[in-house]
Design a protein around this ligand. Structure first.
Ligand SMILES: [Zn+2]
Length: 111
């Protein structure tokens, strides 16, 4: 729990929003804890706190998706984004993959 600018206590609440799958694809960073993979060119080892853009393909990251599913892990990511004042939105990976016509995103998480 953190406080907003007016001093009110705030909590993370999931919000449903309509997004263009094509737009998200071009601005997405897949993360596994701190490090992630560019959703566009699949470059590995990007740090979402530092890499605002992909050094390889040049896209600007606006969305994050993670395979972490524990509420505590998600909370950590959201707190970091909030603390660093980053312009990033965490999206539900399953929702995105279900909406995505391509299986490319899913393949990233095959181990
Ligand atoms: Zn890239």
């Amino acid at each position: 729990m953190t406080a907003d600018a007016s001093g009110k206590n705030t909590k993370f609440v999931r919000v449903w929003r309509q997004l263009s799958v094509e737009d998200v694809k071009k601005q997405l960073l897949y993360i596994d804890d701190l490090y992630g993979t560019c959703g566009n060119c699949k470059k590995l080892g990007l740090n979402y706190l530092k890499d605002k853009k992909c050094p390889d393909c040049g896209i600007t990251f606006k969305y994050l998706a993670t395979k972490l599913s524990k509420v505590a892990d998600i909370g950590k990511i959201l707190s970091r984004i909030d603390k660093e004042g980053l312009d990033l939105t965490l999206i539900e990976r399953e929702d995105f993959e279900r909406s995505s016509a391509s299986d490319a995103a899913r393949d990233l998480f095959k181990s």
